[in-house]
Ligand binder design. Structure first.
Ligand SMILES: [Zn+2]
Ligand SMILES: [Zn+2]
Length: 115
């Protein structure tokens, strides 16, 4: 009868609980939540139908299918315009990441890709 310690192996709490609390940090705008929202997906889809090509490549005479819908004014800077079609630009993957690399301060931000 010396097997009492086996009980310790039973997990009493799961890591998922802590992650949920992080997801709804009060005050800060929840970027990933917005990009998963139904409203954004609908606006994005409509925009891509109206503007299917990367506007930057198009300006250079190339028709490149867009893969990202970029916010001219970021959702943090202009929350009221996050679903405003006039605040959106279709960009290809290359132009989009180049634009964000230039906009981000050196050594900071990390993957601040909106889509
Ligand atoms: Zn492009
Ligand atoms: Zn963007």
């Amino acid at each position: 009868m010396g097997d009492g310690h086996e009980i310790n192996a039973v997990p009493t709490h799961r890591p998922g609980a802590g992650l949920k609390a992080l997801d709804r940090s009060p005050g800060a705008f929840n970027r990933s939540r917005f990009y998963r929202s139904r409203e954004w997906r609908a606006v994005r889809a409509v925009h891509l139908v109206r503007e299917p090509y990367c506007v930057q490549c198009l300006a250079g005479g190339r028709a490149v299918a867009g893969s990202a819908v970029h916010h001219v004014e970021t959702v943090e800077a202009a929350p009221g315009r996050k679903l405003d079609p006039t605040n959106l630009r279709t960009l290809c993957r290359e132009c989009h990441s180049a634009l964000h690399k230039r906009a981000a301060p050196a050594g900071g931000a990390g993957p601040a890709v909106d889509a």
